[in-house]
Design a protein around this ligand. Structure first.
Ligand code: PLP
Length: 420
C-alpha cells in the first residue's frame, strides 16, 4: 500500500490542481465510519458531500452491486434493460403520486407533480443541463425563440458546466469563465418584489435550490416559493427545483418540495440516488416532458443497469428501514444541539437548515475547525468560509450527534481562546 506522502506526491505531479483536499487518505468505510491508511476511524458527517445516505459498505448495496456487476454493468442507451424504466416509475410515483400511493416510510406530506417522466444523467450538473434544455424547448414551443430567459438566485450553486455555471449566482465560481449564457437574470433569495420584476413573457424557467447547499444552507421561504409557482404559471415558464443536495430525503421527505409544500414542474436530483455510484436525473411534469423528441438529448452512461438497479435498492432500503423517520428524529436532535452551541458560544452565530442538511454559521473561519476535527476522529465540512455543514448518512444516531457536538464545542472553545 502507498504511504500518504506517496499518494499526495502523485496527485501533485499528475492531477490538475482543482481540489483543496483535507489531509487524509481514506481506504474503507463501514456504516457511519470511515478509516484512513493507518486504520484511524472517523465519524462521517459529510457522506461524500451528501451522497452516502446509507453510510459505507451497506450489505444490501454491496450484494446488489456484486450481483449486477456479474450480469451487466453497461449497455448504452441504444438498448433496453429492465431497470431504467422501473427506476423512472418509482421516482415519478414518489414525485407525482398522491400520499396514498406511497408506501410507508417515504410518505409524501406535500403537493404532487402529477403525471411525470424522467431522464437519467451521470451527475447533478448534467441533470441541471438537461432540465434547462427541456425548459428551453417548452419555452420556444409556448412563446417562440424569444422565450429563452432564465431566472436564478444570487448565492446559488448548480454545477460547473457552462449552462449550470451560468445559473450559479456566485462570482467565485463564474470568474474566469465568462462569457456565460447571457439570458440569466439573478434575484436575491426570498426577494419577492425582485422576483416579480425579473419574470416576464420571455422567461422559460425559474431555477432554484429550495435550500442552498454550497451557498451556505439558506432556505427559500414558503411565500417566495409560492410566488415562484404563481409567476411560472402566469408566464408559462418551468419552475425547476434543484434538489441535488437537499432532495431525496435530506429534509425528511422524499423530495424537498414536499417539505415546502410547493411542487415544481421539473425536479433535478443526483448525489444520494445510486448510493455512491454516479447517477443523476430530472423528472418533468408531462406537459414539459413532451416538449422533447428523440435525438434532442442523450448520454452514453446515464441510466445504466448497474446504477439504476442500485438506485432501486437504495429507495427500497430507505422505505423498508423507515430511514426518513430517522432523518426527522435525529435531524431535530442535531438542530437542538447545534442551537444550544450557538446560544452559548460567542463564536457561533446561527443554525440553519433542517433534517440532515444543516449548517452552523460562525464568526470565525470554519476550515480550521474542519481540519482539526480530523485529529478528533470526526469528518465535518465547511462552505462559504464560515459555515460548518452537516450532510450525514441517514443512519446517524443520537450518540453520533453527541460525539460530533463534543468535538465541535471543544474546537470552538479552543479557537476562541486562540483568537483572544
Ligand atoms: C444544488 C446542487 N446542484 C448541482 C450540483 C452539481 O452536482 P454534481 O457535482 O453531481 O455535478 C451540486 C453539487 O454539489 C449541488 O449541490
Amino acid at each position: 500500500m502507498k504511504t500518504f506522502e506517496q499518494i499526495t506526491a502523485l496527485e501533485r505531479r499528475y492531477l490538475l490542481g482543482t481540489y483543496n483536499r483535507y489531509p487524509v487518505a481514506l481506504t474503507r468505510g463501514k456504516g457511519v465510519f470511515l478509516y484512513d491508511l493507518e486504520g484511524r476511524r472517523y465519524l462521517d458527517f459529510v457522506s461524500g458531500l451528501g451522497v452516502n445516505a446509507l453510510g459505507h459498505a451497506h450489505p444490501r448495496i454491496v450484494k446488489t452491486i456484486r450481483e449486477q456487476a456479474a450480469k451487466l454493468i453497461h449497455v448504452s442507451n441504444l438498448y433496453y434493460h429492465e431497470y431504467q424504466g422501473a427506476l423512472a416509475e418509482k421516482l415519478c410515483t414518489l414525485a407525482g403520486g398522491s400520499s396514498s400511493d406511497l408506501s410507508a416510510g417515504t410518505s409524501s406530506i406535500g403537493p404532487s407533480m402529477g403525471t411525470c417522466r424522467g431522464f437519467f444523467s451521470n451527475s447533478g450538473t448534467e441533470a441541471i443541463e438537461g432540465s434547462i434544455k427541456l425548459a428551453r424547448l417548452a419555452g420556444h414551443r409556448a412563446g417562440g425563440e424569444g422565450k429563452c430567459g432564465l431566472v436564478a438566485l444570487q448565492g446559488s450553486y448548480h454545477g460547473r458546466t457552462f449552462g449550470a455555471l451560468s445559473l450559479t449566482g456566485q462570482d467565485k465560481h463564474r470568474k474566469g469563465f465568462e462569457p456565460l449564457l447571457e439570458e440569466v437574470t439573478f434575484v436575491a433569495q426570498n426577494d419577492i418584489e425582485g422576483l416579480r420584476a425579473a419574470v416576464n413573457d420571455n422567461t422559460c424557467a425559474i431555477v432554484l435550490e429550495p435550500i442552498f447547499g454550497e451557498g451556505g444552507i439558506y432556505e427559500c421561504s414558503v411565500e417566495f416559493l409560492q410566488e415562484c409557482r404563481t409567476l411560472a404559471d402566469r408566464f408559462r415558464a418551468a419552475l425547476i427545483f434543484d434538489e441535488i443536495q437537499c432532495g431525496l430525503g435530506r429534509t425528511g421527505t422524499m423530495f424537498a418540495f414536499q417539505t415546502f409544500g410547493v411542487a415544481p414542474d421539473i425536479v433535478a436530483i443526483a448525489k444520494l440516488l445510486a448510493a455512491g455510484l454516479p447517477l443523476g436525473a430530472f423528472i418533468a411534469k408531462e406537459e414539459f416532458a413532451n416538449a422533447i423528441a428523440p435525438g434532442q438529448h442523450g448520454t452514453t452512461f446515464g441510466g445504466g443497469p448497474l446504477a439504476c438497479r442500485v438506485a432501486l435498492e437504495f429507495l427500497s432500503i430507505v422505505e423498508e428501514e423507515k430511514l426518513l423517520d430517522n432523518v426527522n428524529k435525529v435531524g431535530a436532535y442535531l438542530q437542538q444541539e447545534l442551537r444550544a452551541i450557538a446560544e452559548k458560544s460567542p463564536v457561533a452565530k446561527e443554525v440553519r437548515g433542517r433534517g440532515f442538511i444543516q449548517g452552523i454559521n460562525l464568526e470565525i473561519p470554519a476550515r480550521p475547525i474542519v481540519d482539526e476535527a480530523l485529529g478528533e476522529g470526526v469528518l465535518f465540512n465547511s462552505t462559504q468560509d464560515t459555515v460548518v455543514r452537516f450532510l450525514p448518512p441517514f443512519l446517524l444516531e443520537e450518540k453520533h450527534v453527541d460525539k460530533g457536538m463534543r468535538v465541535l464545542k471543544k474546537l470552538l472553545r479552543k479557537k476562541r481562546k486562540e483568537a483572544a
